[in-house]
Design a protein around this ligand. Structure first.
Ligand SMILES: [Zn+2]
Length: 101
């Protein structure tokens, strides 16, 4: 499942190089999260809009492929390469919840 996550993330960057993505919406959603105590110590590079967009795209892809329950278990049990600490999947899931239609 980690391979699928990383592959989807990288494919999203290919998409971003050719088409627009919701940069402003991501910025608006992520800025308040970034100031929360549990996320404030995280490196700024995690909050770059193109990276957040790719991570959320990967999350959405996995949710569609494997179902949300399975993906939630995966995120709890597998450290993600970008930031292998438990607060990162929490941040992603919060941002995902804010940005889904
Ligand atoms: Zn990336």
């Amino acid at each position: 499942m980690l391979f699928s996550f990383v592959f989807a993330h990288e494919l999203r960057h290919v998409y971003q190089s050719r088409f627009a993505f919701p940069r402003e919406e991501i910025k608006k959603a992520v800025q308040p999260l970034r100031r929360q105590l549990n996320y404030i110590q995280m490196p700024p590079k995690l909050f770059v809009e193109a990276e957040v967009d790719s991570e959320l795209f990967a999350l959405r892809t996995l949710n569609e492929m494997y179902g949300r329950k399975t993906v939630a278990h995966f995120l709890k049990s597998t450290p993600l390469p970008r930031y292998p600490y438990p607060e990162y999947p929490c941040l992603l899931q919060e941002a995902y919840g804010l940005l889904q239609p």
